[in-house]
Design a protein around this ligand. Structure first.
Ligand SMILES: C[S@@+](CC[C@H](N)C(=O)[O-])C[C@H]1O[C@@H](n2cnc3c(N)ncnc32)[C@H](O)[C@@H]1O
Ligand code: SF4
Length: 450
């Protein structure tokens, strides 16, 4: 069996994070807008179908140089009003095309970005009124938002609570001043503490921190401090992301010096250290890069093997439709994926013309649906079945290397990740990824798996 260091070297290959299957670079069968709307209508008519909504707010006042999100960097708050108006126009267009949205209870509403708290209290209220007014909320409705503690006011959190929001996710990344300086994101512990405390006081039942390992100048000492500080505030959930280095897409990352970036085994040690400390603090490891306190719904779902995953990451509620509104937002139904235009001025003009902003998508083939289910099961439950799979032999062969290394197990039709293999879950999913093996893209598209 290989040593841990050899394992990290061996499995540190570019691999997707599998928030969808097929992954976006492999989308090929673009649906027409009419086919997409028909898929929504059909799904909404199925008894018991559930839906959720994602709203993308792209604006940020300053650029954090590590950032891989779709953002528009601006201090011009005059952009808020027209953007909110376009979001509501897009929502109205969907509701006109698929009127059952009005009567089917909404399970989740997530505001992401960019920075949703770029919006003033007034515009947040107008947006939420426009989105939720007249809608039926599911009895287990979850409203969640990504906030940047440097740009969040308590009065904004109050507006969110008025509309039933109960989850808040704080961008923290790291508490270390030198790391913060290098990523162009100076954020004091007090700012993070204030928003955490106020969110709790106002009744948000789940607070998440986004942390990242692999940023410039991080080392075992800074990572230990990061977890100690985090433990003081005790968020209910933690997303501990691997820094995705994609300078060919995000030129801001070219500002980092190569020698400052922890890589390979050194980077993995940062994750291991953080993980060990979080487990010692009572957090549960609930899926790729995610931790939660046992009292949190995500941890409970993970233990019931009832976790789900979509473009927003892990969730504790399975919904049949995710309707994404706003620039670059991605939607999904049981039959297809659909993404909005990614460039803001183009998005605006498309919405002005028709109310919709199609950019690309993918109609799932029968095989895609089968593989999607397998990869989803691996990501959320750590195991899946090969029963009746025409590619069983090929997959078992691809998994053999991980089996030999003590990272995965094949037991009859069942394939599962072993505890030692958890860091390499993406590699196991790759073995099932038919599209990846049938056509390798010519350009680099994914960040490294570790
Ligand atoms: C939209 S931001 C969060 C909200 C807000 N804009 C903020 O920064 O506080 C979403 C999260 O994605 C993660 N993220 C962004 N770029 C990343 C990258 N290159 N690698 C890993 N995680 C990244 C960060 O943890 C960030 O908090
Ligand atoms: S990390 Fe958040 S605040 Fe920073 S640029 Fe990205 S989306 Fe904007």
């Amino acid at each position: 069996m290989s040593t841990p260091s050899a394992l990290f070297k061996k499995y540190d290959i570019p691999a997707p994070r599998y928030t969808s299957y097929p992954t976006v670079p492999y989308w090929s069968e673009t649906p027409t807008l009419e086919a997409w709307l028909e898929s929504l209508r059909q799904t909404l008519q199925e008894p018991g179908s559930k839906w959720s909504m994602y709203i993308h707010i792209p604006f940020c006042e300053t650029l954090c140089t590590f950032c891989g999100c779709n953002t528009t960097i601006t201090k011009n708050h005059k952009l808020e009003n027209p953007y909110v108006a376009r979001l509501l126009k897009e929502k109205d267009a969907y509701f006109k095309a698929a009127p059952d949205f009005q009567s089917r209870p909404l399970s989740q509403l997530h505001l992401g970005g960019g920075t949703p708290t770029f919006l003033s209290e007034e515009h947040l209220r107008a947006l939420l009124q426009g989105l939720l007014g007249g809608l039926v909320k599911d009895e287990h409705f979850e409203g969640s938002i990504e906030v940047d503690p440097r740009r969040t006011r308590v009065t904004q959190l109050e507006v969110l609570r008025e509309f039933g929001f109960n989850r808040v996710s704080l961008g923290v990344q790291d508490f270390d001043p030198e790391v913060q300086r290098l990523i162009h994101r100076e954020q004091s512990f007090e700012q993070t503490k204030l928003i955490t405390d106020e969110a709790r006081r106002l009744g948000f039942t789940s607070v998440n921190f986004d942390l990242i390992y692999g940023l410039p100048k991080q080392n075992l000492t800074t990572i230990s401090h990061m977890i100690e500080k985090t433990a003081q505030l005790r968020p209910d959930r933690i997303a501990l992301y691997s820094f995705a280095l994609v300078p060919w897409i995000k030129p801001g990352q070219r500002l980092f010096k190569d020698e400052d970036l922890p890589k390979g085994e050194e980077k993995r040690e940062l994750y291991e250290k953080a993980r060990e400390m979080l487990l010692a603090e009572g957090y549960l490891d609930i899926g790729m890069d995610h931790f939660a306190l046992p009292s949190d719904e995500l941890a409970k779902s993970s233990q019931r093997k009832a976790l789900h995953r979509n473009f927003m990451g892990y969730t504790d509620q399975r919904t049949d439709i995710l309707l994404g509104l706003g620039v670059s937002a991605i939607s999904e139904s049981p039959h297809m994926f659909f993404q909005n235009e990614k460039i803001l001025p183009k998005f605006e003009s498309l919405i002005d013309q028709t109310g919709f902003a199609p950019f690309r998508g993918h109609v799932l083939s029968k095989e895609d649906r089968h593989v999607r289910k397998q990869i989803l099961e691996l990501m959320t439950r750590g195991e899946t079945s090969l029963q009746g799979d025409k590619d069983q032999g090929v997959i078992v062969e691809r998994v053999q290397e991980m089996v030999k290394d003590g990272l995965a197990r094949v037991d009859g039709d069942k394939v599962e990740i072993l505890p030692e293999g958890r860091p390499f879950l993406r590699n196991l999913c790759l073995a099932f990824d038919r599209r990846f093996f049938s056509s390798q893209p010519e350009t680099r598209i994914f960040s490294s798996s570790i």
